[in-house]
Design a protein around this ligand. Structure first.
Ligand code: BGC
Length: 348
């Protein structure tokens, strides 16, 4: 069968390869792949050599954002042929560490976890894949193709859940949210903010293209000014650009008691003159919490599937701005100005 694959760090190696049918060891449920979403992590794999193929192999099958239709599932697995599902990305480490033993592989303590399509395990980007029921997330048929957004939404569902848990260390009554970056993660974070009834502000550098309208259609406010010029005092910030400077500015601009979730990563090593003591003072005197968050536990995928089901389907559909046949998938690695989410149509 065909698969989309790459040698990490070698964008010129991006292509379609032939691989054997999915091994039984991957799981009891056989799935026909419908859509694969491409994100900044895939670009990082291609350009910066982030991630790695399975040991002893040169190429990595990509695809950590998946949607597929069940072909075969054992009785009692909770799935039947025709059902839609999305695959969980991470697998617990083999020790397992305390967090992985508690099914919180997103919080793995020893770094020996693997991730499908990213770290030492092939992804879902082949014509068929297998997955165990434990790592299969049911997608309501009402969502259809929009189920490909379950994985990126799981990342923001975790960020929101953890921000609220951290906020609950003391009296916490958040009213205002600030989201930095209006890419797919930022827009999905803004969706979850609005679903919580928060006054929501989204800041991004562009002032044209689809982003401003996508934000205002949520009932949120769009800004294309530097954070320091924003006249808002957020209780929760979800930083979705990975630009370290923005993380620092966001931490400064918040209300006392605020929680700042950092969800993005950048592969640059840009240097910046900064005033760490001033930041330290702002964090201490403001009781502020800044935390990093990556990946998602099983419950966050279920929260994500529910959040998507509660969202406007027309709005979700407008996040998918480009669909490519597998042969053209490498062009998904080149970001076009109006791209939000680019997906590969493995099968209709
Ligand atoms: C994925 C996560 C993954 C992270 C780091 C993100 O793009 O959505 O599941 O843990 O990259 O590899």
């Amino acid at each position: 069968m065909k698969a989309i694959a790459i040698i990490p760090g070698r964008p010129d190696s991006a292509g379609v390869i032939d691989i054997p049918e999915p091994p039984l060891a991957d799981g009891e449920i056989l799935v026909r792949t419908k859509l694969i979403g491409i994100c900044g992590t895939d670009v990082g794999i291609a350009r910066d050599g982030y991630g790695s193929p399975p040991p002893g192999e040169e190429q990595l099958v990509l695809g950590h954002e998946s949607l597929g239709e069940v072909l075969e599932a054992p009785q009692g697995s909770g799935f039947a042929p025709g059902d839609l599902l999305a695959g969980v990305v991470r697998r617990p480490d083999p020790v397992p560490c305390g967090a992985c033993a508690a099914d919180e592989w997103d919080m793995c303590r020893n770094g020996r976890y693997v991730e499908r399509g990213i770290k030492e395990r092939h992804g879902y980007g082949s014509e068929r894949f297998r997955v165990d029921r434990r790592f299969a997330v049911r997608v309501d048929p009402k969502l259809g193709d929009l189920g490909v957004l379950v994985e990126p939404t799981s990342v923001v569902a975790k960020a929101w859940e953890h921000a609220e848990r951290i906020g609950a260390r003391a009296w916490f009554d958040p009213k205002v949210a600030l989201i930095t970056g209006a890419g797919p993660i930022g827009l999905l974070a803004a969706l979850l903010a609005r679903q919580r009834g928060l006054e929501t502000h989204v800041v991004d550098i562009v002032d044209s293209g689809p982003k401003p309208k996508l934000v205002t259609d949520l009932g949120a406010h769009y800004h294309s000014v530097p954070i320091a010029e924003l006249d808002v005092s957020p209780d929760i910030v979800i930083e979705c650009t990975g630009v370290g400077e923005l993380a620092i500015q966001a931490a400064r601009s918040t209300s006392p008691g605020a929680v700042v979730a950092l969800t993005g990563i950048s592969h640059s090593d840009r240097a910046l003159r900064t005033h760490p003591d001033e930041l330290n003072r702002a964090l201490v005197l403001g009781n502020k919490a800044v935390f990093g968050t990556v990946n998602a536990a099983r419950r966050h995928y279920d929260q994500a599937a529910d959040a998507l089901l509660g969202a406007d389907r027309g709005w979700l559909a407008s996040l998918i701005t480009r669909r490519l046949p597998p042969a053209d998938w490498p062009s998904a690695l080149e970001k076009r100005p109006d791209d939000i989410k680019v997906v590969i149509e493995v099968a209709r």
